[in-house]
Structures are given as C-alpha cells and as structure tokens.
Design a protein around this ligand. Structure first.
Ligand code: NAP
Length: 309
C-alpha cells in the first residue's frame, strides 16, 4: 500500500475536544446545548446511530433527548413530536432519523422543524441556503467529507482552497442528505464538479468519470463498487459508504465501504477506511452543529435583549 490511510477516529477526537471546550465555555454563561433525535420504528441501523449519538452527546456535556415513535405513528403525531422539540428550550438541535415509516412524509416532518434547530439542513429554507452557498448548518456527513479534504491538504502544506479550485471533484451518489449537499459545497469551493448516479453506471460511464477525479467521494451504498483500476493515480479517495456484508467463511456480518480499500490504496495519495473514516467525524460534526445552534440562539436572544424586547 502506498497511500496514506486517513485516521477518521483521530480527526474526530480532535473535533470532539473542540466541541467539549465550546460546551464548557457556554456552561459559564449557564447555557447547555441539547441534542434531540426523532426516531420512528425499530430500524436497526437508526437505533445503533441513535445510541451512539446519545453517548457522544453525554460525553461532550450536552443535554440529550430522544422522541421514540412507534412504526405505525400517524404523520400528524410525528409532526407534533417535532413541534414539541421545537418548543423545548433545552433542545438546541434536532435530528430526524431516516427511514421514516411509509405513512409519514419526510418533507412534511422536515417542514415542521424550526430552521434554527435544523442541524442537518433538511428544512427547505436551510436546504436553499446551502444550495446558495450560504449554509446556516452544514449537514454532518458532507461536512465530515470536506473536513477530511481541508485537514488532509492543510496537514500536507497545501492550501485546500487553491487545490480544490484546480481539482475535478467527482461524487458517486446524489441523495438529498449526502450526495447533493456535497455537490453544492464543491461548487462553492470552485471545484469542477461531476455527479454520478445509477444512470451514470447503467450508461457505462461511471468508471471513465471516476478515473478523472482528483478528489473522489463515493456515497452509493454499493459494497466495493470502485477499485484501484477505476481511480486516478494520486487521487484523494473518500469512502462514505457503510455496507453490511456477510463473510462466507465466518458467517459473520461486517461493514465495508464503496471502495475496495486495498486496490485503491495502491494508486491513491490518500484514502479513508471503513469503518474508522468518515463515520466518526460525522458524529462529532453533528454535535458541533448542536453547539453552533445553541450559540446562535444565545446570540439572537442577546440581540433581542439589546433591542429591549
Ligand atoms: P441512498 O439514499 O440510497 O443514495 C444512494 C445514491 O447512490 C443514489 O443517488 C443512487 O443513484 C447512487 N447509486 C447507487 N448505486 C449506484 C451505482 N452502481 N453507481 C452510481 N451511483 C449509484 O444512500 P445515502 O443515504 O446517500 O447513503 C449512501 C451510503 O453512505 C450508504 O452506504 C450509507 O450507509 C452511507 N452513509 C454513511 C454515512 C457516514 O457518516 N459515513 C452517513 C450517511 C450515509 P440514484 O439517485 O440514481 O438512485
């Protein structure tokens, strides 16, 4: 292997320290940031993620609350649960975990969020701000990807702004929560942007396009979709995919990414592993956004006070 394997756990630990310091600074003003999650049903991956966030919130000193709704929850009740958290002064940031049950419209629930507490930028107002390059909150997984890009280039004495403006950034996957926000962020950084999806693959064009990427980000959710032959020598390759696969020898399930790590690492300058790459940074960033939401709410409150309201 010739590439640097980016240590997402180390990057995340640094972020967690920064978040804990911000929480401590807010505590001196009697402010405690609070994270709320909304979960409906019993999806295993969502439950695991929810428990991980609870642990992290408590570790950095945030208040944490979970609205756990049954799988047969009515849409009106899911919206009411969000409304309750909007009104709760202990809650600074709200995360609605996907998937929601089929009878509950994601868009309807997202519209019910207070945009000031919408730390994943799923409310249409926040999505619009992000698309315009003026995000209120940068959603956690796209933020984690750009955190890796920025830190990797800075740590190797290159200015990320200059590098990206000269780079082709290729994204595989265009979901509303991961792929599309990254496209907006890359456009805001003046990168030349290529977005690929299933249709690119079916048209037989995926691998030509990934091979042109200076920075390649895969968020397709397809185990080992891309291997060394599909990437440009010297690429910075970031693997967002988290895919459970059964090991035919042990019979146990383990997680792999969208990239075949070993062969990509033979050609790349740097590559993120799965697990231990993007995932832990995503978690830390969500708490960072929770703290930002608390800071913004406190600043708005102080401004109201100054105006005599
Ligand atoms: P998603 O909503 O299923 O979207 C997948 C995207 O990939 C779609 O745009 C789809 O194209 C595209 N795609 C699927 N197969 C493809 C192929 N063969 N070639 C090219 N494009 C293909 O998934 P998601 O929520 O964005 O998540 C993607 C992956 O990231 C999953 O493995 C998920 O577990 C992981 N994830 C990780 C984190 C983290 O923090 N590390 C966070 C969130 C998600 P169409 O639009 O045409 O269908």
């Amino acid at each position: 292997m010739t590439a640097t394997s980016i240590d997402g756990n180390a990057y995340a630990a640094d972020l967690e320290r920064e978040v804990a310091a911000d929480v401590a600074a807010l505590a001196e003003k009697d402010i405690r940031p609070g994270l709320a999650t909304v979960i409906a049903g019993d999806d295993y991956a969502s439950r695991t993620y929810q428990r991980r966030l609870q642990q992290l919130a408590e570790k950095v000193g945030c208040h944490y609350v979970c609205e756990a709704l049954p799988a047969d929850v009515l849409e009106a009740d899911a919206i009411a649960a969000v409304g309750k958290l909007d009104a709760d002064p202990r809650v600074s940031g709200i995360l609605v975990l996907r998937p929601l049950p089929p009878q509950v419209s994601e868009v309807a629930v997202y519209r019910a969020l207070d945009p000031g507490k919408d730390i994943e930028s799923v409310h249409p107002v926040n999505t619009g701000l992000l698309a315009l390059g003026r995000p209120r909150f940068v959603p956690s997984t796209p933020a984690a990807v750009f955190h890796i890009v920025d830190r990797f280039y800075r740590d190797s004495d290159r200015d990320p702004k200059t590098v990206l403006a000269r780079s082709v950034m290729t994204f595989v996957g265009r979901s509303d929560n991961v792929g599309k926000p990254m496209v907006f962020m890359a456009l805001a950084r003046n990168a030349t942007v290529v977005s690929c999806d299933v249709h690119t693959y079916k048209a037989g064009k995926l691998y030509d396009l990934t091979a042109q990427a200076d920075v390649l980000v895969s968020a397709a959710g397809v185990p080992r979709l891309l291997s060394g032959e599909h990437v440009k020598p010297g690429v910075l390759a970031i693997d967002v995919g988290i895919n459970p696969v059964d090991d035919p020898v042990t019979g146990r399930t383990h997680l792999v990414g969208d990239l075949d790590f070993e062969s990509v690492a033979e050609r790349a300058e740097a590559v993120t592993p799965v697990p231990g790459g993007v995932g832990p940074i995503t978690d830390a960033w969500l708490l960072r956004n929770t703290v930002r939401a608390a800071q913004m709410a406190a600043a708005a409150e102080a401004a109201r006070g100054n105006l005599g309201f």
